[in-house]
Design a protein around this ligand. Structure first.
Ligand SMILES: Nc1ncnc2c1ncn2[C@@H]1O[C@H](COP(=O)(O)OP(=O)(O)O)[C@@H](O)[C@H]1O
Ligand SMILES: [Mg+2]
Length: 362
């Protein structure tokens, strides 16, 4: 899927703007504070029903107004164009796709799958494991239709077991039920994640090879229970019951999985420069995109904020040509349109953002 039309009303600094993006490459440039990230935020919101900058959508409404609207047209495979619109008013978000009301974020994510890469994306490697789990689960969610329901069931069981662990009287009989539910869910989720990683990793190596001149990078996946693969999750839960009762929550499980990348036995975040880490992050997203493309026929939307940041011209060019090889619809922001060259890219449009207006540069 790709956007062929986008309209913003009372969205942050924009009162009313419209654009007709290219199905492939879109460059958005303008001075600091002109509204480049806001445009990416609008597309992200259409694709996920939430912002990547504000927890509360009230902050997104243009100052002095009391609602915002986003409207787009999404081109599906085969050329069918469907309207996708969203309104936030009186603290309520309503979304419609093809005239139908959309009630679940997961449905939105399927209508307009998107990947966001910002300067903060390096947290994927440097911050806690939840960032890596989110990365893996994006990949799994978009190719395994069963993943979401299994994950939701696992999360519900986890919540209920944790509530029981907090209660004064512990029931081993009741716990056996939750252990059984957790094990069932964790086995499926762990299997899907393992499968995804084993297929994504060769693609990652390929992109790393093209982008990064370093010693070989190894990937280690930990399923989320301390004894790892040696003991089953069930054994781990039962053996650590007393610990979990003392803690008041379930320590082990797929909700604690971790992914590590190492060079010569050392974590890459302690080894590589900041710019090199950014290249690893790009390689991870490229691998994810390539995997996604291999398994679905749906076009993904890639939002890249401050593309040029921390990258030399040589790596910018390489990245652009790798992105051009994939079939995604790409949006790139930059303060200077001369920060990189799109001479070799055929389908592209450039937009200039200034004082609340967005204009296509021909
Ligand atoms: N709710 C809002 N209402 C009006 N203006 C806003 C709102 N939220 C942010 N802004 C303004 O929007 C401008 C554009 O921000 P941003 O998209 O981050 O710019 P850029 O990415 O081009 O540097 C900023 O100057 C900011 O003050
Ligand atoms: Mg910005």
């Amino acid at each position: 899927m790709s956007l062929c039309f986008l309209e913003l009303k009372n969205f942050r600094s924009f009162q009313h703007v419209t654009i007709n993006p290219s199905p492939r490459f879109n460059v958005i440039y303008g001075l600091n504070g002109s509204g480049k990230t806001t445009l990416l935020e609008a597309i992200y919101l259409l694709s996920l029903g939430r912002s990547f900058r504000s927890n509360s959508l009230s902050n997104v409404i243009k100052h002095g107004e009391n609602s915002f609207q986003l409207f787009s047209r999404v081109e599906q495979n085969g050329g069918l164009v469907s309207p996708l619109g969203l309104e936030f008013t009186a603290s309520k978000l309503s979304v419609r796709f093809s005239e139908e009301r959309v009630n679940r974020r997961s449905d939105l994510a399927n209508y307009l799958p998107s990947l966001l890469i910002t300067p903060e994306s390096k947290f994927l490697l440097s911050k806690g494991p939840s960032y890596r789990r989110e990365f893996i689960d994006w990949g799994v969610f978009h190719v395994e239709p069963r993943f979401l329901s299994v994950w939701q069931r696992y999360s519900r069981s986890l919540k209920q077991r944790n509530a029981m662990l907090k209660r004064r009287e512990f029931s081993e009989l009741e716990d056996d039920v939750w252990v059984c539910e957790l094990v069932e869910g964790a086995t499926i989720i762990n299997g899907m994640r393992n499968h995804y990683l084993s297929e994504m990793f060769p693609l990652l190596l390929c992109f790393l090879h093209k982008l990064l001149d370093s010693d070989p990078i190894c990937m280690e996946y930990f399923p989320g229970w301390s004894d790892g693969e040696q003991n089953s999750y069930q054994e781990s839960l039962v053996r650590n019951r007393a610990r979990d009762i003392a803690l008041g929550y379930t320590k082990d499980g797929v909700h604690r999985a971790e992914l590590k990348f190492k060079i010569k036995g050392r974590l890459i975040q302690e080894f590589l420069s900041s710019g090199q880490l950014r290249l690893v992050v790009y390689s991870l997203y490229l691998a994810q995109l390539a995997y996604y493309q291999k398994h679905t026929s749906i076009r993904c939307t890639v939002l890249i904020d401050e593309f040029a940041s921390e990258l030399d011209t040589h790596h910018r060019d390489r990245l652009l040509s790798l992105l051009a090889d994939l079939s995604a619809q790409v949006y790139i922001t930059s303060t200077d349109r001369n920060d990189f060259s799109l001479d070799n890219v055929v389908e592209k449009k450039t937009f200039h953002v200034e004082r609340g207006c967005v204009s296509e540069v021909l």
